[in-house]
Design a protein around this ligand. Structure first.
Ligand code: ATR
Length: 275
């Protein structure tokens, strides 16, 4: 007779449009793992209660999404070093001592999508990152560990870019406002929330040439405003964040289940689904 089901879930608010249940269910089918993965809508002030209830029930692992990643960081009793630096946690599980462990797989997901799915070399590249909020902080460490030659963080509020540079002592890292960005870049990553409002961060066109790869951490059925603008400036390649979503989920699956799924097929299925 089959034993109790291994339960996993994503917690967020809102959660209706989360693709995580589909992604993890496809991973489970592909790897022959028996588990159930659901989406849980959590009250804005109810994260701790929801997490406690989940693990007290014997359930195994959680994905944490907007707007709870920073709070999950605080609630985790033990964090990986990359989560420590990210200041945000998107993956929770309990270890054999009942301790709540936290990791952040967003940056690994971004790097995997760039390198494995799109053949982009970050080592030695000049990288421009737009935005200085939680999303950017979450991916900085894995980007820097790829050894780019230069990383400029440009933000609407310049002081927040300065604060981020202070948090990551790395000589390749510098801060800028949008208007005063200098030179061209090999890779430009949009980590601002501007796409959500259908807006484009006002950056100068000279940052892009035909060799530039532009990456929007957002995705949607339509091309994002950022990617369209980059394409119109003559960027060599534009990529949206769907691959990052699938890759960060694959890292979570590997943490929980000890096996890393193949992502290509799952990404293809999702691409068809959102189209
Ligand atoms: P997240 O967790 O998604 O990073 P956040 O911490 O609130 O959310 O950060 C949002 C980021 O998007 C910030 O860098 C913000 O710029 P400010 O620091 O100047 O607020 C940026 N952002 C949001 N809307 C924007 C817009 N319309 N144009 C440019 N940048 C925008």
């Amino acid at each position: 007779m089959a034993g109790p089901v291994d339960n996993y879930a994503v917690m967020g608010n809102p959660i209706d449009h989360s693709k995580s249940p589909v992604i993890h269910t496809l991973f489970a089918n592909q790897t022959g793992q028996s588990l159930r993965y659901t989406a849980i809508l959590v009250d804005i002030d109810g994260l701790q209660k929801a997490i406690d209830a989940f693990f007290e029930n014997g359930d195994l692992g959680l994905s944490i999404t907007v707007p709870f990643k920073e709070e999950a960081w605080q609630l985790a009793e033990k964090r990986t070093s990359r989560a420590e630096k990210a200041g945000a946690v998107n993956t929770l599980w309990q270890d054999e001592h009942g301790q709540l462990r936290g990791d952040n797989t967003d940056g690994l997901g971004l790097v995997a999508d760039l390198k494995e799915n799109n053949g982009i070399t970050i080592k030695g590249a000049r990288v421009l990152i737009l935005g200085a909020g939680g999303a950017v902080r979450g991916v900085l460490e894995p980007i820097l560990s790829e050894q780019p030659v230069d990383v400029v963080i440009a933000n609407r509020t310049r002081s927040k870019a300065d604060t981020l540079v202070d948090l990551f002592p790395d000589e390749t890292l510098s801060a800028s406002g949008f208007e005063d960005i200098e030179g061209r870049f090999d890779l430009i990553i949009n980590g601002t929330a501007a796409s959500l409002q259908g807006e484009m961060p006002p950056i100068p066109g000279h940052v892009i040439d035909q060799k530039t790869c532009c990456y929007d951490m957002m995705y949607g059925a339509e091309e994002t405003v950022f990617n369209r603008w980059c394409r119109e400036q003559g960027a060599g390649k534009t990529i949206d964040g769907l691959g990052m979503l699938v890759e960060q989920a694959a890292e979570q699956f590997a943490i929980w289940r000890g096996v890393r799924p193949e992502t290509r097929e799952v990404l293809g299925l999702l691409r068809n689904e959102i189209a």
